[in-house]
Design a protein around this ligand. Structure first.
Ligand SMILES: [Zn+2]
Length: 72
Protein backbone atom coordinates (compact mmCIF):
# COMPACT_ATOMS: atom_id res chain seq x y z
CA UNK A 1 0.00 0.00 0.00
CA UNK A 2 1.50 3.24 -1.16
CA UNK A 3 0.04 6.67 -1.29
CA UNK A 4 1.32 9.57 -3.42
CA UNK A 5 2.92 11.23 -0.41
CA UNK A 6 5.48 8.51 0.08
CA UNK A 7 5.66 6.66 -3.24
CA UNK A 8 9.25 6.78 -4.50
CA UNK A 9 7.98 7.55 -7.97
CA UNK A 10 6.75 10.83 -6.57
CA UNK A 11 9.90 11.47 -4.61
CA UNK A 12 10.84 15.09 -4.78
CA UNK A 13 13.56 17.32 -3.51
CA UNK A 14 12.49 20.23 -1.41
CA UNK A 15 14.60 23.13 -0.38
CA UNK A 16 14.41 24.10 3.26
CA UNK A 17 16.10 27.01 4.88
CA UNK A 18 18.20 26.17 7.89
CA UNK A 19 16.64 27.85 10.89
CA UNK A 20 20.03 28.64 12.35
CA UNK A 21 22.11 29.98 9.48
CA UNK A 22 19.65 30.37 6.63
CA UNK A 23 21.52 27.99 4.36
CA UNK A 24 19.32 26.35 1.76
CA UNK A 25 19.40 22.61 2.33
CA UNK A 26 17.99 20.04 -0.07
CA UNK A 27 15.80 17.42 1.53
CA UNK A 28 14.05 14.49 -0.13
CA UNK A 29 10.37 14.01 0.55
CA UNK A 30 11.03 10.63 2.19
CA UNK A 31 13.51 12.06 4.64
CA UNK A 32 12.61 13.49 7.99
CA UNK A 33 15.66 15.58 8.61
CA UNK A 34 18.97 16.49 7.07
CA UNK A 35 22.09 17.94 8.54
CA UNK A 36 22.91 21.46 7.46
CA UNK A 37 26.29 21.30 5.70
CA UNK A 38 27.20 24.73 6.96
CA UNK A 39 26.35 24.81 10.66
CA UNK A 40 25.72 21.05 11.27
CA UNK A 41 22.37 21.57 12.89
CA UNK A 42 19.38 19.55 11.81
CA UNK A 43 16.85 20.87 9.37
CA UNK A 44 13.47 19.21 9.74
CA UNK A 45 10.87 18.66 7.12
CA UNK A 46 7.18 18.83 7.92
CA UNK A 47 5.59 15.41 8.21
CA UNK A 48 3.51 14.61 5.13
CA UNK A 49 -0.07 15.15 6.24
CA UNK A 50 -1.26 11.75 5.05
CA UNK A 51 0.95 10.05 7.64
CA UNK A 52 -1.14 11.66 10.36
CA UNK A 53 -4.47 10.35 9.24
CA UNK A 54 -3.88 7.54 6.78
CA UNK A 55 -4.58 4.19 8.39
CA UNK A 56 -2.10 2.56 6.07
CA UNK A 57 0.67 4.97 7.00
CA UNK A 58 2.46 2.42 9.15
CA UNK A 59 2.65 -0.14 6.34
CA UNK A 60 3.20 2.54 3.76
CA UNK A 61 6.37 4.11 5.12
CA UNK A 62 7.48 1.21 7.29
CA UNK A 63 7.16 0.77 11.02
CA UNK A 64 10.59 2.18 11.82
CA UNK A 65 10.03 5.45 10.05
CA UNK A 66 6.48 5.66 11.28
CA UNK A 67 7.66 5.44 14.87
CA UNK A 68 10.31 8.07 14.24
CA UNK A 69 7.67 10.43 12.97
CA UNK A 70 5.28 9.75 15.79
CA UNK A 71 7.93 10.23 18.44
CA UNK A 72 8.86 13.65 17.19
ZN1 LIG B 1 22.71 25.84 9.03
Amino acid sequence: MKCPGTDPRFLKVEVKKCSKCGYEVEIFTDEIRVKCPRCKSYVYREIPSCIDWCRYAKECIGEKKWKELKEK
